[in-house]
Write a protein of this length. Structure first.
Length: 192
């Protein structure tokens, strides 16, 4: 993974609090999906060093407080999204973010958006049954509602098989959902 060439590696540019908030708004705008706090921190601090951990947490809280970010409870975790007011602020002041940082954020978002979407929306878990088999619970979560769009439970004979199926879920969930949905939809129409 390429480390960014941002301000932490360049002591000539040290962002102020306003610039850090703009960087966070820019990330949220470019990702185009609601994100968990852990995902935001991972994107801005661990993977890219655009912000320091405590600065990121502080900026999130401040942006939420003034209404530039909105928090939605999704049952399992809160998700954050940029608001209209946040986008309006960003459109007026985004030039305060260095162009190199804007380019890095834009590139990162294009390359990683779907991975973050899958990780948050396509959830798979497994648990051991009394008879020694394992049940996997595969879900597609609605990104805007606190409910599941789709849930499937399957019993597997071994832990290894359950783990493999759970790992595959994030890549195959859309196709499985589409096949089930279309099969059920067209079967109902054929009976009419």
């Amino acid at each position: 993974m390429k480390k960014s060439t941002n301000w932490m590696n360049n002591p000539i540019f040290v962002p102020d609090n306003t610039t850090m908030k703009l960087i966070l708004l820019f990330v949220m705008d470019k990702m185009e999906i609601p994100l968990t706090e852990d995902s935001i921190i991972d994107i801005c601090t661990s993977r890219n060093n655009w912000l320091r951990y405590m600065d990121c947490k502080d900026c999130m809280w401040q942006l939420l407080e003034i209404g530039y970010l909105a928090k939605t409870n999704m049952g399992d975790a809160d998700r954050y999204n940029i608001t209209y007011e946040g986008r309006n602020c960003l459109s007026n002041f985004y030039l305060k973010i260095p162009i190199s940082t804007r380019e890095e954020i834009t590139t990162f978002a294009k390359e990683n958006r779907m991975d973050f979407k899958r990780a948050q929306e396509y959830v798979g878990n497994y648990f051991k049954n009394n008879d020694g088999s394992y049940t996997i619970s595969l879900k597609i979560k609605d990104p805007l509602e606190a409910q599941n769009l789709f849930e499937l439970k399957i019993v597997y004979p071994s832990r290894k098989a359950a783990i493999e199926a759970t790992k595959k879920w994030k890549n195959v969930a859309p196709q499985i959902f589409e096949n089930v949905y279309e099969t059920l939809l067209f079967e109902d129409e054929d009976k009419k």
